[in-house]
Design a protein around this ligand. Structure first.
Ligand SMILES: *[C@@H]1O[C@H](CO)[C@@H](O)[C@H](O)[C@H]1NC(C)=O
Ligand SMILES: *[C@@H]1O[C@H](CO)[C@@H](O)[C@H](O)[C@H]1NC(C)=O
Ligand SMILES: *[C@@H]1O[C@H](CO)[C@@H](O)[C@H](O)[C@H]1NC(C)=O
Length: 148
């Protein structure tokens, strides 16, 4: 128990600090360009097919934003099917991605390796058959669930 707490608490603090600072270090694109690119990537996943770029994507189901940037996608048990599109890798500030309990197929896209801030990836209970090596690049990952 002791060693569990002594290692997990610093990790948690680090993630919190990163979440706070990421608001100030947003990439090279202007804010509006960034938002358009983000909404485009979300639409291309096909998971929000009823929504349009004109709406604020931070209000779409399962999405959480921080300072206007997507940091969480929680679509566990949302009846998603088909392959995961590589565009998901463009959401570079993503910290949590929960796709569990769906009917997703194919392989996890290697573009997931671009999600260097991702701390939690839950793709369990799907029909995913392979995992790319690029996943190693997700250097902040603390929880990875790919069972079943
Ligand atoms: C999206 O649109 C389809 C067809 O128009 C509809 O059946 C479905 O319930 C809608 N989903 C949501 C989440 O609004
Ligand atoms: C992902 O969503 C499922 C279904 O809602 C839930 O059971 C699971 O605990 C979630 N995983 C994480 C890591 O939050
Ligand atoms: C992910 O990064 C690679 C280079 O490492 C790049 O070629 C690719 O376009 C990126 N994918 C996305 C979806 O941003």
């Amino acid at each position: 128990m002791k060693s569990y707490f002594s290692t997990s608490i610093p990790t948690f603090c680090l993630l919190s600090i990163m979440a706070i600072t990421s608001g100030f270090t947003r990439a090279t694109k202007s804010d509006s360009e960034w938002l358009v690119a983000e909404a485009k990537a979300l639409i291309e996943t096909g998971w929000w097919s009823n929504y349009t770029r004109a709406e604020n994507h931070c209000t779409w189901p399962g999405i959480q934003c921080n300072a206007g940037t997507v940091i969480e996608i929680d679509l566990g048990g949302h009846g998603l099917n088909g392959d995961i599109t590589p565009q998901i890798g463009a959401l570079s500030k993503l910290q949590l991605l929960n796709l569990s309990w769906n009917s997703l197929t194919g392989e996890l896209p290697s573009s997931l390796g671009n999600l260097t801030q991702l701390a939690v990836l839950d793709a369990s209970y799907n029909h995913i058959h392979s995992i790319p090596l690029a996943i190693q690049r997700m250097e902040n990952l603390v929880s990875l669930s790919l069972s079943e």
